[in-house]
Design a protein around this ligand. Sequence first.
Ligand code: ATP
Ligand code: MG
Length: 377
Amino acid sequence: MKNAAKVIRVLEKAGYEAYIVGGAVRDYLLGKTPHDMDVASNASPEQVKKLFSRTVDTGIEHGTVLVLLEGEGIEVTTFRTEGAYSDMRRPDKVEFVQSLEEDLKRRDFTINAMAMDEELRVIDPFGGREDLEQRVIRAVGNPGERFQEDALRMLRAVRFSGQLDFSVDPGTLAAIQQHASLISAVAVERLKNELDKILINPRTERSMCYLKDSGLTRHLPAGVLLEMDWSGYEPQAQAAYGWAYMLYRQGAEFPAVKGFKFSNGERRLIENALKAARLERWDAWTFYCFECKELEIAAYLSGRNVTPQQEKEALPIQSKRDLAVNGIDLMQWTGKRQGQWIRQWIESMERKIVFGQLPNDHEKIKDWFLDEYHRHA
Ligand code: ATP
Ligand code: MG
């Protein structure tokens, strides 16, 4: 807040108007710490850049410049309106406007369409404060029209309901029900971003009920899988928990959600967490083979009361790298060439060592190996 106020003062001193806008005003009025600060101004990006020594061009064509002050980034956006989102990614065109009010009018919900000046005076043309008090999410203007401009707003309404523990205004909800099918045209990256936020927000179940009641689930990549009973889910800091929970509870596999375009890392995390959660029992080999994070999610899913990190640290070796021998040793001892056989022997050694049946000692491993090798030969 302090740095945003500074940015506003500098802009005002130079003769421009400037306000804190959007989520930061909402969170401030709710007594929460806003996690990012947006400032709206009638200054153009070029004019903003002239006034601050450190800025980053984050979206000049949309009128946005990031101002860096004491390590904090404050987005300064020129007052603008936007047209339809025909590619459902970004507005076809943004138009710069002169007044704050026109800028606030393009925003999605009344609680997100307030501004605050440097003295913390609130500018609230659409009744956002009252809706905050009533704990309602209500579209600015005609909800149907607003959802036709950008269908993602329907999912944002559902997301904010859980994030803030608010209800969705009946008129706004009815418009979502009416226009639900439009959501299928929105870029999946934007959809996934909102669903991730639903899965980490404090009232996932509330959002998921709205998702189902609004009819949106039917038009999303995971479809009816999302319609399950979420009452047993305790939201976690990472969305992967929620995705894995949904698949685990319904005996489904990762491909059921892959339409959301997960990163490879996230996909692996979810797949391995599911695999581990579904194991009948966990032993030292389980702790050796899976990553800590994967086991943490798996433990949550299967209700296991273990601390994966401790279990992993207690193992004689943490990975192949810790093994006192390697493939070259094996080739020297046997005079054989590289091949699949090495991998199999290394894994046998890892198992023995992990289970405490063989010390991780070069000579001891060699003795064991030569013994076994000749017995099999
Ligand atoms: P949070 O950051 O807590 O998720 P936020 O309200 O800051 O919530 P952002 O997505 O960061 O949400 O957007 C900032 C502001 O921009 C919103 O408060 C809203 O005024 C406006 N906004 C964002 N996305 C849209 C949209 N799709 N349509 C209309 N206005 C939007
Ligand atoms: Mg924000």
